[in-house]
Design a protein around this ligand. Structure first.
Ligand SMILES: [Zn+2]
Ligand SMILES: [Zn+2]
Length: 437
């Protein structure tokens, strides 16, 4: 119900109110008044308000600050057949995300003020999850001239990235970090050394050898990780490393953080739950960049989410047309959709096995991304914007891509049984999604 009229008051009753940003974990109530959190915590008892009040029973559910995805691809403008800002924003809301950041590798590239403004207008019209544009680092993502950061930020961009393409030039990355520093925004990098990665279709290792596919060595990522960390140290800029996939990347990030260098990092649910083995049978829904790695890498990444070396979880939601994923493996495009499975993949693979708590899950999917990208939300503190996710931690469901609100169907989780599901998503006090079962 994306266009439901906002209620003046929303009262969420009897949920597990969980907000790591304010050390809150109690069974109680959350009251939203005119789009703002009025109360989060102990049960309120009798609540009477003049005006329109909707009450939702959240018994057995977790009520947390809304999830924030700092990395997704919404394909508009250019590929509205694959996803639009509206369908992406609705898919986000269905996954429990109250805000998403849209990467600029659209057609045309989001590299100027007008393009940023277009995304913001489309997002307003969709009236689902908030959509924050990320501007390109370089004009046309060509890796040559820096885009006009100031103008894009003025129009509403929250970060810069050439994601989809690596920033091959160390000099350009250095300048981007210096320039971004004056605006206090992160530079989000797709870490990939292009000469090593060239022509690769999956992780380089025993599986790629067996399948006869050209591999991408983990060093293609790690060389860029350490380059970016060293450039952040040199410039004082904030580098945010996208979709980390290897053990050594984790070790390098730890090295940087130990020295107080301004480096933050994200990991995607698929890199925490799947290995290169998923490619067996030339499954193009397991083809992504960076590629799925080894079980050892997955284990390290999980521990890095637990200990905070990896700051946050992002989806890298990347819808593709069915026909394109039907191509031969080496020619198929990279990427999978992720907005509607992220929570369940995290609960099933990290929380249920006891690796992280629900508080850590909420921190890595909400508080931390909001804080690192300087976005509203990520908290249930009184007076904050009422961006809230209600989820059923025990809901067991079978992934059926045909039911997704995203236009994308390219997911390796199809048919899998997962646990954990968003049941109600609230953006600025407005109910933008409710699970109907
Ligand atoms: Zn990327
Ligand atoms: Zn991406």
């Amino acid at each position: 119900m994306p266009n439901s009229t906002p209620h003046q008051y929303v009262l969420l009753r009897n949920g597990r109110v969980l907000d790591p940003s304010s050390n809150l974990d109690v069974t109680g109530d959350v009251l939203v008044a005119n789009g703002v959190i009025e109360h989060a915590g102990a049960p309120l008892g009798d609540v009477r308000r003049d005006g329109d009040l909707v009450e939702i029973d959240c018994a057995g559910q977790v009520v947390s600050p809304g999830f924030v995805d700092v990395h997704c691809h919404l394909r508009e403008p250019g590929r509205e057949d694959v996803e639009t800002i509206a369908t992406g924003a609705r898919a986000a809301a269905a996954g429990g995300f109250t805000a998403v950041c849209a990467m600029p590798n659209t057609d045309p590239v989001t590299d100027n003020q007008a393009a940023v403004g277009f995304i913001i207008r489309q997002a307003m019209r969709a009236a689902a999850a908030r959509v924050y544009p990320i501007g390109a680092i370089s004009v046309g993502q060509k890796g040559e001239a820096l885009a006009e950061f100031g103008e894009m930020i003025g129009a509403g961009a929250v970060a810069v990235s050439d994601d989809g393409k690596p920033v091959a030039s160390a000099q350009l990355m250095r300048t981007a970090l210096e320039y971004a520093r004056t605006f206090e925004i992160p530079v989000a990098d797709h870490c990939e050394e292009p000469t090593l990665a060239k022509g690769g279709a999956m992780n380089e290792g025993v599986v790629s050898a067996r399948l006869g596919l050209k591999g991408i060595p983990s060093e293609a990522e790690e060389i860029m990780v350490i380059r970016d960390i060293l450039l952040a140290r040199r410039t004082g800029g904030h580098v945010h490393l996208c979709h980390m996939s290897t053990r050594t990347s984790v070790e390098l990030i730890r090295w940087g953080k130990d020295r107080n260098i301004r480096v933050t990092a994200e990991v995607c649910p698929h890199h925490l739950s799947l290995t290169e083995e998923s490619v067996e049978g030339y499954n193009t829904n397991a083809k992504m960049n960076p590629p799925l790695r080894t079980a050892e890498d997955v284990e390290y990444l999980k521990q890095a989410v637990k200990d905070g070396t990896i700051d946050l979880v992002a989806t890298d939601h990347a819808p593709h047309h069915y026909d394109e994923k039907e191509r031969e493996f080496s020619d198929a495009p990279n990427g999978i959709i992720g907005l509607e499975t992220a929570l369940a993949v995290m609960v099933t693979n990290l929380v249920e096995p006891g690796i992280i708590s629900y508080a850590t899950l909420v921190d890595r999917m909400s508080c931390s991304p909001a804080r690192i990208f300087h976005l509203p939300g990520g908290t249930l503190r009184r007076g904050s914007v009422a961006d809230i996710t209600v989820f059923d931690p025990a809901a067991r469901w079978s992934v059926d891509p045909a039911t997704f609100l995203s236009k994308g169907r390219n997911t390796p989780y199809a048919g899998m049984s997962l646990t954990g599901r968003a049941t109600c998503t609230i953006v600025g006090g407005r109910i933008v999604y409710r699970l109907t079962s």
